[in-house]
Design a protein around this ligand. Structure first.
Ligand SMILES: [Fe+2]
Length: 155
């Protein structure tokens, strides 16, 4: 039993979910920059600015997720090579892209992240790791809002 009252064995699955999320967040972080730079056409100003807000949020989330993995006694992946190998999200090409294509692509990505987070939250609750669950619920809440906005943007 560690000083926080959770065994390393009990949080193994939680750490795996968090590390998967960490890898996907790195792909998302780069992809949001990609779209911030390459967005073109109508919606440029709206998305250019919105994407900056999103990648700033992801940067904070990356740090919180990696540090949580350490707090529960595990090691976060910490190289781009490891993230790319592990991530389920796919990178985007470095080419001009219109705002509807961006919103559609991000909608799919956030939807995938939401599915992963729900599984992670269930694993954390099963391990009585309420703080990891809370961290992921916080992200889930943000992503559900982002999904709602992207859907509204596409209507
Ligand atoms: Fe910028």
């Amino acid at each position: 039993m560690s000083k926080i009252g959770l065994t390393k064995e009990a949080t193994k699955k939680v750490a795996e979910h968090l590390d998967q999320h960490l890898a996907d967040l790195h792909v998302l972080y780069t992809k949001l920059h990609n779209y911030h730079w390459f967005v073109q056409g109508p919606g440029f100003f709206t998305l250019h600015e919105k994407l900056e807000g999103l990648y700033d949020g992801v940067a904070e989330e990356i740090d919180a997720v990696a540090e949580r993995i350490l707090m529960i006694g595990h090691s976060p992946s910490a190289s781009l090579a490891a993230y790319l190998k592990k991530a389920k999200l796919k990178e985007a090409d470095s080419v001009g892209i219109d705002s509807k294509e961006i919103a559609t692509s991000l909608l799919a990505d956030f939807s995938q992240l939401v599915t992963g987070l729900r599984a992670g939250i269930a694993a954390a609750q099963e391990a009585n790791d309420e703080v990891s669950a809370d961290l992921m619920i916080g992200s889930l809440s943000e992503y559900e809002k982002t999904i709602w906005m992207l859907e509204a943007f596409l209507k």
